[in-house]
Write a protein that binds this ligand. Sequence first.
Ligand SMILES: [Zn+2]
Length: 68
Amino acid sequence: MNSTLQYITYSRDLCVDDFLQCEFCFDKFDEDPEHPKKAYFDPIQKCWICEECFQDFKEHFHWIVEGS
Ligand SMILES: [Zn+2]
């Protein structure tokens, strides 16, 4: 609740596992160096949230987003 999320480009370096996965829908993110995509990263839980899940759950979790 009230976590601060960072809206940043996916990076495997920030992952606890060796793959990127959305915390909510378990969609896997693929790193694409030519078309970098952004997602929401929780630096405390070390988890990623995709754009769609962010929109679905933002009112429930009251996330604060930093960065651009
Ligand atoms: Zn998702």
